[in-house]
Ligand binder design. Sequence first.
Ligand SMILES: Cc1cc2nc3c(=O)[nH]c(=O)nc-3n(C[C@H](O)[C@H](O)[C@H](O)COP(=O)(O)OP(=O)(O)OC[C@H]3O[C@@H](n4cnc5c(N)ncnc54)[C@H](O)[C@@H]3O)c2cc1C
Length: 500
Amino acid sequence: MPPERWLFWHRRDLRLADNLGLAAAAAATPAVTGLFVLDPAILADPAMAPARIWFLCESLRELAERWRQAGSRLLLLRGEPAALVPQAARAVGAAVVAWNRDVEPYGRARDRQVAAALRAQGIRVQVDWDQLLVAPEAIRTGGGEPYRVYGPFLRNWRAQLQARSAVGCAAAGGLEPVAAPSALLDLDPTGLPAEPAGLWARLPRLETLPAAEDLGFAFAGADLCPCRPGEAAAMGQLAAFADGGVNGGALAAYEPGRNFPGDAGTSGLSAALKFGTLSPRQAWAAARAARERARSEESLVSIGVWEQELAWREFYQQALFHFPELADGPYRPQWRHFPWENDPVRLAAWEQGFTGVPIIDAAMRQLDTSGWMHNRCRMIVASYLVKDLIIDWRHGERAFMARLVDGDLAANNGGWQWSASSGMDPKPLRIFNPAAQAARFDPEATYIRRWLPELAHVATADLIGGEITPLERRGYPEPIVSHRQQQARFKALHASLPRG
Ligand SMILES: Cc1cc2nc3c(=O)[nH]c(=O)nc-3n(C[C@H](O)[C@H](O)[C@H](O)COP(=O)(O)OP(=O)(O)OC[C@H]3O[C@@H](n4cnc5c(N)ncnc54)[C@H](O)[C@@H]3O)c2cc1C
């Protein structure tokens, strides 16, 4: 009797190592075939960023190779998952289809449809969590509610991880990454019986892996983007960040290094975590190993702060899972009535990096050119759009999604709602002064000069304060609004909102 065949459906877990769904499949049978479906609904999303398609295509290229090295293959199909996953399962004679769960409303609805179609055909479905250290259902307040506030979420999250660290292997509920499967058994399409062979022949297979351009997405910023596609590159980046030589990598100085956009003080792993070329357990294990090696209190603090960033990622994902309405607009009801001005000329100036405020324009040019933006700058430009230009944050959310290599519904929505003060965060109105932020976090204007080379000749103090003489502007615009006036205006509008 040949072993039972399983199909493993990759979505945002483009790796073989420490992939919990795949590990479970490989533990059940060596006959596992990989599947990825290029979904036209996702490709046609107007907010799809060329940078994300680039990252996806390059990561798939490596993934297909890794499946071959492991002894099997990755099937790459283009079409609707609800129709194609069951068709592929029947074509390969799969008894079971396995995948890792998602938190996004679109993915969850799609998965329900696929699971129902499979079960209707007598094919078993196996699903579990992989993309989070703590599953959304496993983390609740004392009253059994999902968390709305980050602080208590973090305490519970840490306690759970602490308790699980003694368990060992992730496959048994612990945190130690699981090895990639090897010695898998490929299927032989020439040996398929008649009915599956017909289905196999009709599968819309992509025999050669497309590049982003083949799918209609041109991304010119690959060399400038700090996020590198593929599982091997993600592990390399993680090692360089967490263990880069005698003094440790940037992780050892993450606090305060993470705040300076002119330095490479953060991991650049956001796209790897979004697409799952890296697992959160691999990131966590690297942080734990760095703790063991740490020789100073400063390094330990830094590692703790980085772990808290991983917790923010999980906080926003569990929030979207439990409150899918977050994706539709402001969490706080009074913000639904905010009288946004939504001036299209100002919005375009912000998007294109021509507001006349150097730190804002440098950041928006970094995003446009490289597909990525430093976290400090994401907060500064978001505050500026909402509180200086008085534009609905959802325009910013969309503009980010249309450009970010790591664009992720939960993190992006969470970041924008945090910046707009419309989210779950209980903090009062938060308004960033762009000049003060630049003075503090880009004191030599290194970052501003890198992304606004046309202003490289301007004195540092003028770049930071945004007060550039007409003679030195050379075509660079004057500030489109005054921060002082707009701040007062925004506060007045905010004060007129109903309380609650
Ligand atoms: C307005 C706004 C929009 C954002 N949009 C996204 C987005 O679409 N996708 C995205 O991954 N992050 C988003 N972030 C969070 C953060 O800016 C990025 O995760 C971070 O800049 C990525 O760089 P890094 O990988 O070097 O991060 P590091 O500093 O090395 O952090 C490690 C990892 O922790 C996670 N992380 C860090 N900070 C946050 C945070 N505040 N919220 C959630 N996760 C976090 C990321 O997965 C990141 O890779 C947004 C933040 C703001 C303020």
